[in-house]
Ligand binder design. Structure first.
Ligand SMILES: *[C@@H]1O[C@H](CO)[C@@H](O)[C@H](O)[C@H]1NC(C)=O
Ligand SMILES: *[C@@H]1O[C@H](CO)[C@@H](O)[C@H](O)[C@H]1NC(C)=O
Ligand SMILES: *[C@@H]1O[C@H](CO)[C@@H](O)[C@H](O)[C@H]1NC(C)=O
Ligand SMILES: *[C@@H]1O[C@H](CO)[C@@H](O)[C@H](O)[C@H]1NC(C)=O
Ligand SMILES: *[C@@H]1O[C@H](CO)[C@@H](O)[C@H](O)[C@H]1NC(C)=O
Length: 389
């Protein structure tokens, strides 16, 4: 079955519009970096999903962890019983009173030989978790943390106060509706790591999807009551790649083993980066339709830029440079929000400036997640944690 038709089977909620308010953050910097590198005169050679498939088949003899199907049990790297209790978070330092749901975090080994483990943070719903679906959240980048962004700045149960030390309840937390699993992926992001450092340079979409799949299979052994649960994958930004690619991996394995190993029900992507050409065109159209670019610049882009071409002309580069200068120094992922002007820690509950949005929240997050007592409570290895690798 072709990948495209697999996608169509899914409940697709693709949104190429900017829907999530976040600060001018490293996740967006990472994506900008990617977009700019692709439109440079000498774009880096990257492999498409299909090309990587061919490469993997050719080199499959050299690696026990290649994509060849053997048996679904071969994905399980070690017995998982008992690990669940060890992963239970007693209390997160600085959490508010009255936390009425269970939290877990820890590592799942995805390749024992390489010593590669992925870190997760899992929050159950406060109300009837056993009747609620399981939702996996993935941030983008590529290379950014679902813990730092997703869990603590966007949809998790807590947000970090401007003291970098205490937490408040997020009134928009998604665990009101689902049991939410945040995964730091691929290895090298956040607390996820590999003892084989070359893994960090080999990471690509295919390896990321495979590791996430192995993570899920093992995680479900650790939390067996979720094995048959309705499962959703959601994410944003570069997860426009990660989400459908993991979905496709799940469906292919379900078909291959002729039973529902993971009960995938749907996917959802916000601010999705799916297609280079459409994404770039959409970005400049957005600038122009939001009065951030002049008509002249827009016309130059319309006339000279063919974003489907690998070879971007000098005149197109000139036009897109103009567009970026004209939009000014604003957070173009949230054009109506202020920028962070004072990144220092502040006493007091929150630093929200407008509608529950604090453009400085990255700075509180990096302090909080690097506190040794927090890393200990999260069962994370002592790490110099950053939002993006
Ligand atoms: C990675 O290496 C460290 C230090 O030797 C060890 O404690 C850890 O268990 C290793 N991780 C894996 C997944 O093998
Ligand atoms: C890209 O365009 C330039 C200028 O038109 C041309 O000299 C060059 O050969 C092109 N490169 C490729 C890979 O098509
Ligand atoms: C690009 O812009 C520079 C300066 O703004 C100009 O000198 C140059 O001729 C432009 N190149 C093209 C191909 O338009
Ligand atoms: C916050 O208040 C505490 C107690 O008054 C004080 O010790 C600390 O220095 C203050 N921190 C900041 C960042 O202002
Ligand atoms: C964090 O970085 C500092 C400075 O580079 C280094 O001394 C320290 O060992 C690092 N800690 C960990 C846990 O990697």
């Amino acid at each position: 079955m072709k990948k495209v038709s697999l996608y169509v089977c899914l409940l697709l909620n693709l949104s190429l519009f900017v829907i999530l308010p976040y600060s001018k953050a490293s996740q967006t910097d990472k994506l900008d970096e990617l977009i700019l590198s692709r439109s440079s005169q000498n774009p880096p050679k990257t492999f498409t999903w299909e090309e990587e498939d061919t490469l993997n088949t050719q080199s499959s003899s050299s690696s026990s962890s290649s994509s060849s199907f053997s048996s679904s049990s071969s994905y399980v790297s070690a017995p998982q019983e008992g690990l669940r209790q060890a992963d239970k978070i007693v209390t997160l330092p600085g959490q508010p009173y009255g936390v009425n749901f269970d939290q877990y975090s820890g590592y799942v080994t995805v390749d024992a030989e390489a010593g590669r483990e992925l870190f997760y943070y899992f929050v159950e719903s406060p109300y009837n978790p056993s009747t609620k679906p399981l939702l996996l959240w993935l941030n983008g980048g590529p290379g950014c943390s679902s813990l730092g962004y997703g869990a603590f700045e966007e949809l998790g149960p807590f947000r970090i106060n401007s003291d970098g030390k205490t937490l408040n309840r997020n009134k928009y937390a998604w665990n009101e509706a689902a049991n939410v699993l945040f995964l730091e992926s691929p290895a090298g992001v956040g607390f996820s790591y590999s003892n084989t450092t070359s893994d960090y340079y080999k990471a690509g979409d295919k390896a990321t999807a495979k590791d996430s799949y192995v993570f899920l299979i093992n995680w479900l052994e650790r939390f067996p009551e979720y094995k048959t649960r309705d499962f959703y994958i959601a994410g944003e930004s570069y997860a426009g790649h990660y989400v459908p690619q993991l979905a496709s991996t799940i469906l292919q394995n379900n078909i291959h083993y002729k039973h529902t190993i993971i009960n995938l029900r749907g996917i959802s992507i916000g601010n999705a980066w799916v297609d280079e050409a459409k994404g770039s065109k959409g970005l400049y159209d957005y600038f122009w339709t939001h009065a951030l670019n002049s008509d002249q610049t827009h016309e130059l882009i319309e006339k000279y830029c063919d974003f489907t071409s690998e070879n971007v002309s000098a005149i197109c580069n000139n036009a897109t440079d103009r567009a970026l200068i004209e939009k000014g120094n604003i957070d173009f992922y949230n054009i109506y929000a202020p920028q962070c002007h004072d990144s220092s820690l502040k006493n007091g509950s929150t630093g929200y400036v407008t509608n529950d949005f604090d453009p400085c929240s990255d700075y509180y997050g990096i302090v909080y997640l690097n506190r040794p007592e927090i890393q200990k409570a999260l069962h994370a290895k002592p790490t110099n944690w950053t939002h993006c690798r």
